[in-house]
Design a protein around this ligand. Structure first.
Ligand SMILES: [Zn+2]
Length: 162
């Protein structure tokens, strides 16, 4: 499978011309989103190469490591706005924190991380916004907005932070 990707990269590089940009995102925005394969962030948000930072993990959860990336993004690469995107039909709705125990039974070691499963996607987006807004490490927490992406319609729905 990976060979196919490497082959596709050869074709990509053939058509590629150096855009001559530095590492700072042109739109000064960082997007935190779920890793879900049905969410094509650049297409869904009309983003071009160089426009933004994209930080993705299972659920689009604001973990310590996401805060680490956002902190570097804001302090060192000049981003000011944060967009959080969760989505309908997320895999994290289908599992529970019991997954940690299942893993422990299976491999004999309990993961140190939380599964961060959830039942209510809107509440989960609010939780993420709250974690970003209360982080002492971020320079800009005034422009933080959260959305749910509908994997069936391709539309974003904004979540009221209150
Ligand atoms: Zn997801």
């Amino acid at each position: 499978m990976t060979d196919r990707l490497v082959e596709a990269n050869r074709r990509y590089a053939e058509a590629f011309t150096d855009p001559g940009m530095d590492a700072s995102p042109v739109l000064h925005v960082a997007v935190v989103a779920c890793m879900d394969a049905r969410l094509d962030l650049h297409k869904a948000l009309g983003l071009q190469l160089g426009d933004c930072h994209t930080i993705r993990n299972a659920g689009g959860v604001v973990t310590d490591d996401v805060i680490r990336s956002l902190t570097i993004s804001q302090h060192k690469l000049g981003t000011r706005s944060i967009v959080l995107i969760h989505h309908t039909g997320c895999g994290l709705e289908a599992i529970t924190e019991d997954f940690r125990t299942e893993l422990e039974m299976e491999v004999g070691q309990r993961p140190s991380w939380a599964v961060e499963s959830f039942r209510d996607v809107d509440q989960d987006v609010r939780q993420s916004m709250q974690r970003v807004r209360t982080s002492p490490f971020l320079l800009h927490t005034d422009d933080v907005r959260g959305f749910v992406f509908d994997v069936r319609t391709g539309l974003l729905r904004e979540v009221d932070p209150a």
